[in-house]
Design a binder for this molecule. Structure first.
Ligand code: ADP
Length: 241
């Protein structure tokens, strides 16, 4: 059997102690097949962000294992994890982590430069155009709106074509047209380049672009719906389907 791109096996992540102890994730097991696009949905506080943080190696669960590209990242030494994250994982998080002194273009190419790769300028230009920043290449983060900064982060995550792309509300701060373009980019990453996308979203229409939707409640997976329509997702979120 081919390894899934990402595998969570009995992952538990708790915060706090004693009475204040919260299980953000409770014994969560899920497999994200290679070349699949999965949306993660659920009420606020259900553990979506924690799932993404654990799956991307930004956070380590107390128990259980997380395998990415065949490696158990919960047991990897920090240095090896940093290399795996740099070379094989892309993240689009709500905190954009852009370098303030660099332009949009320079921020997009920075990870590739650090990995001693030579990014193709035509591709950088194309990505910036598709996220609606074709005329903002030379702007620094402070000269861009929150939504524009997020789009720089999206272009940055897509540039190296990482095997796995984790995205936390990538369309949350965007207008409809740009949000649509970003979803197209994610869909294309999966369909044309065989990348694996795991995306947290509150938007049923965004989730309907995914191959499957994983629903979380109170740190547990409560449902997995394949090929959902926006209507099905809306009903499921309403608790009726
Ligand atoms: P979601 O992304 O679905 O809104 P989170 O993964 O952010 O949910 O949070 C899940 C639960 O874990 C919530 O009850 C939240 O309060 C708690 N939690 C998340 N991060 C922390 C933290 N750093 N410290 C304490 N509790 C946290």
């Amino acid at each position: 059997m081919i390894d899934p791109a990402v595998l969570l096996d009995g992952v538990t992540r708790t915060y706090g102690d004693g009475d204040a102890k919260v299980a953000a994730l409770h014994q969560v097991s899920a497999a994200f097949p290679m070349g699949s696009f999965t949306a993660v949905m659920g009420p606020s506080g259900s553990g979506k962000s924690t799932l993404l943080q654990c799956a991307s190696g930004l956070d380590r669960p107390q128990s259980g294992a997380v395998r990415v590209a065949g490696q158990d990242i919960t047991r990897l030494p920090e240095k090896d994890l940093a290399v795996l994250r740099r070379d094989r994982i892309g993240v689009i998080f709500q905190t954009f982590n852009l370098v303030p002194s660099l332009t949009a273009w320079q921020n997009v190419v920075l990870p590739s430069r650090l990995a001693r790769r030579r990014p193709d300028p035509a591709r950088v230009r194309e990505l910036l155009r598709r996220v609606g920043l074709g005329d903002r290449e030379g702007h620094r983060p402070a000269q861009l709106s929150g939504g524009q900064q997020q789009r720089v982060a999206i272009a940055r995550a897509l540039l190296s074509r990482p095997e796995v792309l984790f995205a936390d509300e990538p369309t949350g701060a965007l207008d409809r047209a740009t949000g649509h373009e970003v979803l197209e980019l994610l869909r294309e990453a999966v369909d044309e380049f065989g990348q694996t996308v795991v995306m947290v979203t509150h938007d049923p229409e965004a989730a309907a672009r995914a191959d499957a939707v994983l629903f979380l409640t109170d740190g547990r997976i409560v449902d997995l719906v394949q090929r959902p329509s926006a209507e099905q997702i809306g009903l499921r979120l309403g608790g009726r389907a």
